[in-house]
Design a protein around this ligand. Structure first.
Ligand SMILES: [Zn+2]
Length: 357
């Protein structure tokens, strides 16, 4: 008999961390927001969704040993991919008055933190920047513009190096930006829309229909075998388009009219031909690329069952022991590259690997 408890997430996923109060009621109170504008801070975002952070803190968090000062390339393959600990890099925000003496029409209200309002503007850029290449742990290096002591970084690759406040503000800003880019026409009549409520709604100029930011639910499930409480092996799979050696747990979008549990059961069956049971919820994380929320689950399956990877979708699926997963988190294993620190899959796998059986 095992005395282990079912494993839980050992920390908030990187993009679920947040400290700011969204202050929803202020979105309908322009007078108060305008009055508070001169003391507010602004997150400047460029046309690729990148925002400035302090250069020194950022490259320090990547543990590059000062490479950013001496060279234009950072070759630490594991620099952003280990991501075990939540980061401590803040956002470089700008005093609102320096952005504009008056509240701009297109500024987006993110919320309040420590008596300061935070806003986002989406038309910024790093002028005169040089480019530093940083390994993304994925297919290609990421190019980071660096200028005036600031590095311009994106949420998807570098969300885990940000501090809690920065991660929360940036996740909200990216979600709103990505929604705005897809909400320029009315879903009812096709007419042009304009933004309202400081970025939190659109209204159709033709028919008056209002829309609010949308989120698509997706499930992601860690399937382990049925030995003991937490299993001895986890089911991992890889897609053909992923870099060699990359594996993760299975995930898929919730279909119209489908429950989360049914979706978990269907996705695992479709992708690897395995029946799962004892489906239980672990936690969630917004994934605004462009507008998902990942709902994390655990489930059990028989390790003896035949794996049947879906043709064209899953290149390989296999059961991997807890010891091998633990080792792959500790040091680089070219045959088992696990998901980066910004993903909920990373937290799920790390938490499972730590758990007793
Ligand atoms: Zn309309």
């Amino acid at each position: 008999m095992s005395s282990a408890a079912p494993f839980e997430l050992d920390a908030s996923p990187a993009l679920s961390r947040s400290t700011a109060d969204r202050q929803e009621s202020l979105r309908a109170d322009p007078e108060r927001l305008r009055a508070r504008w001169p003391s507010a801070r602004v997150v400047r975002m460029d046309d690729r969704g990148r925002v400035p952070v302090p250069e020194r803190a950022f490259f320090g968090a990547l543990d590059t040993g000062g490479a950013a000062d001496s060279a234009d390339s950072v070759d630490r393959a594991d620099s952003v991919d280990t991501g075990g600990e939540a980061g401590a890099v803040p956002l470089s925000t700008t005093p609102a008055f320096d952005v504009s003496p008056e509240l701009p029409d297109d500024a987006v209200f993110l919320g309040e933190w420590e008596d300061t309002d935070y806003w986002a503007v989406f038309d910024a850029s790093a002028s005169g920047a040089r480019t530093v290449r940083v390994d993304s742990g994925w297919n290609a290096p990421v190019e980071i513009p660096v200028a005036d002591g600031e590095a311009w970084v994106g949420l998807r690759v570098h969300g885990s190096v940000l501090d809690d406040t920065a991660a929360g503000l940036l996740t909200t800003a990216v979600a709103l930006r990505n929604w705005h880019r897809r909400a320029r026409h009315c879903a009812r009549c096709g007419g042009p829309t304009r933004l309202r409520q400081f970025g939190w709604a659109t209204i159709c100029e033709q028919c008056g229909h209002e829309e609010y930011p949308r989120t698509d639910p997706a499930v992601i499930c860690l399937v382990h075998d049925d030995i003991g409480v937490n299993g001895e092996h986890v089911l991992l799979a890889r897609q053909p388009v992923w870099p060699a050696g990359r594996y993760s747990v299975l995930a898929g979008f919730v279909e119209a009219g489908e429950s989360l549990e049914s979706c978990v059961e269907r996705e695992i069956r479709e992708e690897v031909g395995v029946a799962v049971r004892d489906i239980r919820y672990l936690g969630s994380q917004p994934w605004p690329f462009p507008r998902s929320i990942m709902l994390g689950f655990a489930a059990r399956a028989e390790r003896g069952a035949r794996l049947a990877p879906a043709e064209g979708e899953i290149e390989d699926a296999r059961w991997v022991s807890r010891d091998r997963v633990r080792a792959a988190f500790e040091e680089h294993d070219p045959g088992l590259l696990l998901p980066g620190g910004t993903s909920i899959a990373h937290v799920m796998l790390r938490s499972w690997a730590k758990a007793a059986n």
